[in-house]
Design a protein around this ligand. Structure first.
Ligand SMILES: [Zn+2]
Length: 410
């Protein structure tokens, strides 16, 4: 019998920036794996961690001692004894006060600033109207972050601020490039916010932040998936792609703009310069436009998706048909992406998911009709796990991810 290696890797070592697996790197990886296991399964004993991780007990003991010393974890019920006097296994938990994580969700109309503990509980949340003058707005935001930091001084450390932005974001260079909903252009968000707060800042676009939130904190049924596609349905249409547990950012850091794949070459012109982009048929803007066309003379005028959803809930036929048509187009685009990416789950986020009962059967039917591989019929299509602002959760997750994610080695 041929014995095959357990892992079949496909990643070519990065020879331009070699990261050899030295002792420090291995220690960091094991430490983060262990912290992630505690975060996921707490309270958990050392023996259970050994079973899950495959690490030996001595290594577990060394790492947990370090993490206890560093206040990252705590022992639960410290000092208890069993009825026969023996020492029970002491379960471990994350120390929620170890890190205070800032998340900022910037949207066209409103910005939310939140502070979360290390256990993902939001301890403070403030909202502001988003300003059109980016430097002035970010300076004000910086001041608010400094205030919150002073008020919540029981946290041992503030490792950084995660920022979700609505548009094209170059995560690597720390810049917000352009958006159709926000009149900011080429804004060095990281530089400005780091200057005013003195804290490290990580930015990304809202669809990619939301995708990250789903794999770290999504509902139990898909919290452990490795390959996920997040479709953000908002004024525009954007996606976040998770491949083998990591966010795919692309060669120029702007990956995920699947909204600009043309689905009708004779369609109308899109702001990106092409014709008939998916965005023109399945975004909120498209749904509102469709409703305006279908609306009868006595039908209500609406300008927001929230209002349109209320009409659907109230049984308005034009509003319902507008949403159903969007669901068909969502299904068409998602089918293509499932064929190309083969995700385990597709998560849809946005106001339109509030009428999930109306859109789900249409999207599922569409994907079933078009899929190449019969096996892909089982791909789960779900609404976001977070009813309120997945991108805020995602902004906080950017920082959590920087503390717990494991590096690419080699
Ligand atoms: Zn386009």
């Amino acid at each position: 019998m041929v014995s095959r290696p357990r892992h079949s890797f496909t990643r070519k070592p990065n020879l331009a920036d070699v990261k050899a697996a030295g002792h420090d790197m291995l220690r960091l990886v094991n430490r983060r794996i262990l912290l992630s296991i505690v975060s996921d399964r707490q309270p958990i004993s050392r023996a259970e961690i050994a079973k899950i991780s495959g690490l030996n007990k001595a290594t577990i003991s060394t790492i947990t001692s370090e993490l206890l010393k560093d206040s990252c974890i705590i022992e639960e019920g410290f000092g208890r004894t069993t009825p026969i006097g023996g020492k029970p296994p002491t379960p471990l938990r994350l120390n929620s006060r170890r890190f205070g994580l800032f998340g900022v969700d910037i949207r066209a109309d409103e910005t939310i600033l939140a502070l979360s503990d290390f256990n993902n509980r939001i301890v403070a949340r403030v909202s502001y109207e988003t300003g059109s003058d980016a430097p002035a707005f970010l300076s004000r935001l910086g001041k608010e972050i400094r205030k919150l930091r002073a008020k919540h001084d029981s946290f041992i450390e503030f490792p950084g601020i995660g920022v979700s932005l609505p548009g094209l974001v170059d995560n690597h260079r720390g810049k917000f490039l352009i958006s159709v909903v926000l009149p900011w252009r080429d804004v060095p968000v990281v530089q400005l916010l780091e200057k005013s707060t003195g804290l490290p800042v990580i930015i990304d676009n809202s669809a990619r932040c939301s995708a990250l939130a789903e794999i770290w904190h999504g509902k139990a049924q898909y919290a452990h998936v490795r390959n996920l596609l997040y479709v953000s349905v908002s004024t525009g249409l954007a996606c976040g792609v998770v491949i083998d547990g990591g966010l795919y950012r692309g060669g120029n850091n702007t990956a995920g703009q699947f909204g600009h794949i043309p689905i009708d070459l004779s369609g109308s012109e899109c702001r990106c310069g092409q014709r008939g982009c998916w965005d023109l048929y399945a975004s909120d803007k498209a749904t509102l436009k469709r409703y305006a066309e279908l609306r009868t003379t006595n039908g209500k005028r609406v300008s927001t998706m929230r209002k349109l959803i209320e009409l659907v809930d109230g049984g308005d036929p034009a509003a319902t048909e507008a949403v159903r048509e969007t669901a068909r187009y969502l299904g068409i685009g998602i089918t293509g992406l499932i064929n190309g990416l083969d995700p385990e789950v597709v998560v849809i986020g946005g106001e339109i998911t509030k009428v999930w009962g109306v859109i789900e059967p249409i999207i599922v039917e569409q994907t079933k009709r078009n899929l190449l591989a019969p096996r892909s019929h089982g791909v789960a299509i779900r609404p976001s796990a977070f009813e309120v602002r997945p991108s805020l959760k995602g902004a906080i997750t950017l920082i959590q991810n920087s503390l717990l994610s494991v590096p690419h080695m080699g």
